[in-house]
Design a protein around this ligand. Structure first.
Ligand SMILES: Cc1ncc(COP(=O)(O)O)c(C=O)c1O
Length: 391
């Protein structure tokens, strides 16, 4: 069967669908970013818009060329020296993953193991900091995408600050979809990615750096090149030269994605994501499926993680949703592999029609595999969530 391009929907929690406006921005014009002063203006505009979205008024904002992992590794490389104690809030795959990065740079991770089905509890972070004096840094993930868990990163950053520790936040799957106030909360480094709620191709990482983080970086004295954040200091306001060649098309794409968000209005965008989460949870209830997070309040507005019913093969389910219904949903990672499937509702995916497509494809693929579910009820549940909330 020949499948039309429009018959394929990417509903994974990153990389996400790229809207036409963002795609077109990449080809409208192309320049040499090293030499064209217009590129510097474009870059200034992009970091200015990100600063508004992230509440980074005093913190510096950078967009580096490279995957979000680059930003996460750069944060640890620049802040962690041999023997430094780092409190790692571990309630998910990426939360736990910080410990590996910390070890790679000679630090000593102290894992604050928590229930993977619940948001981290700030009072436990506080107790852990009291038990472990001398912690230099706390790491925490805003939305741990493989399990869809949302963490109260602002509260955790405030507590860390009161105990003299810095905070690094992985906000890769929430930037542009869930509010965060970097300066207000005292988040020292926040890392975002282009390929999630910003609906831009993979390849850019967003990094904010607080004044305290700059001071600490001077003391840490990281000497590498590609990950060295100190080489970015002063760009773009004081210095117009990047450490390496930037990607003009990707920065143009990100600029357009940010325009779309700001035109819609931040509050509207956040509300649209919360509504998508509500509709997704209602759809699961109608399908008799169990969300992985314990409660909707523990679940991110950007992605829904679903327990795979007993007797169903997760890979086969994904494969059927794609090959028969043209909808790509995701599995999960680490200890959740095979146990959880996920539907992303990030950026433009957080819409009534995307949810209907995603959840009916899931329901029908499950039904094909012998699981009893009524796809019509799933659609009704989603529509009801939208009509109740007045849209
Ligand atoms: C929470 C989180 N952090 C980091 C990453 C890594 O991002 P990238 O694949 O862009 O390097 C991901 C990707 O799924 C993620 O979900």
């Amino acid at each position: 069967m020949i499948r039309l391009f429009t018959d394929r929907f990417i509903l994974t929690p990153g990389p996400t669908e790229i809207p036409d406006r963002v795609r077109l921005a990449m080809i409208r014009e192309v320049t040499n970013p090293d030499l064209d002063p217009g590129f510097l203006e474009l870059y200034k505009g992009v970091v200015g818009k990100l600063g508004r979205i992230l509440g980074a008024r005093r913190s510096s904002v950078y967009v580096m060329l490279g995957e979000a992992m680059l930003g996460l590794e750069a944060a640890i490389a620049n802040l962690v020296r041999r023997g430094d104690k780092v409190l790692v809030v571990d309630n998910g795959v990426y939360g736990e993953g910080f410990a590996d990065l910390v070890r790679m740079y000679g630090g000593e991770p102290i894992l604050l193991g928590a229930d993977w089905r619940r948001s981290a509890d700030p009072s436990e972070v506080e107790r852990a900091l009291e038990r472990n004096p001398g912690v230099k840094l706390v790491t925490v993930v805003h939305c741990d995408t493989p399990s869809a868990i949302l963490n109260p990163v602002e509260e955790i950053a405030r507590i860390a600050g009161e105990h003299g520790a810095l905070t690094v936040v992985d906000a890769v799957s929430t930037v542009g979809a869930v509010p965060v106030d970097v300066d207000g909360a005292g988040i020292d480094i926040l890392v975002g990615g282009s390929q999630k709620a910003l609906n831009t191709p993979p390849g850019l990482t967003i990094v904010t750096v607080s004044e305290r983080a700059w001071e600490e970086m001077e003391r840490t004295g990281y000497e590498g090149f590609y990950l060295n954040l100190r080489l970015w200091k002063g760009i773009p306001e004081e210095r117009g030269e990047f450490p390496y060649t930037m990607s003009d098309p990707l920065i143009r794409a990100l600029d357009e994605a940010l325009n779309m968000i700001l035109e819609e209005g931040l509050e509207n965008v956040y509300e649209r994501h919360r509504r998508a989460r509500e509709a997704a949870w209602r759809a699961l209830e109608a399908a008799g499926l169990t969300p992985y997070p314990e409660d909707i309040e523990h679940s991110s507005p950007t992605v829904t993680a679903i327990e795979v019913p007993g007797g169903i093969d997760a890979e086969k389910l994904r494969e059927l949703a794609w090959s028969r219904y043209g909808v790509m949903i995701a599995g999960s990672w680490g200890r959740l592999r095979g146990r959880v499937v996920r539907i992303g509702h990030m950026g433009v995916q957080a819409s009534r029609n995307h949810l209907i497509l995603g959840f009916t494809a899931l329901a029908r693929a499950l039904s094909d595999m012998g699981y009893k579910v009524d796809a019509g009820r799933v659609v009704d549940a989603i529509e009801e969530a939208y009509s109740v909330s007045g849209s």
